[in-house]
Design a protein around this ligand. Structure first.
Ligand SMILES: [Zn+2]
Length: 97
């Protein structure tokens, strides 16, 4: 998607580039699989769930905490097309089609 990914490499408050999650992960690097992304983040469905098709745009936002001043901020944001499973929510039943 145009304009993505967006990367913020410094704290918006103090300008430091030291981050707590990144720092902690570096210290236990040998125990983290290569594909593992930050566990601190948000995923936002860009369309209402009722309109979501199988291929749906998802905004993925990685967050981290400034090691100098403690502010939590967005480090990177990207829009990806993901496959979702429709959920039936009629009559108390749920599951994928
Ligand atoms: Zn800071």
């Amino acid at each position: 998607m145009e304009g993505f990914p967006v990367v913020f490499d410094r704290c918006p408050c103090c300008g430091s580039d030291e981050r707590l999650v990144e720092k902690a992960k570096a210290q236990i690097k040998s125990r983290i699989p290569d594909k593992h992304k930050s566990s601190l983040g948000m995923q936002t469905l860009l369309v209402p769930p009722s309109l979501a098709l199988l291929q749906t745009p998802l905004l993925t936002t990685a967050l981290d905490i400034c090691a100098k001043c403690g502010v939590m901020y967005c480090v990177a944001a990207n829009v990806e097309m993901v496959m979702i499973s429709p959920i039936l929510n009629k009559g108390g039943r749920s599951g994928s089609l």
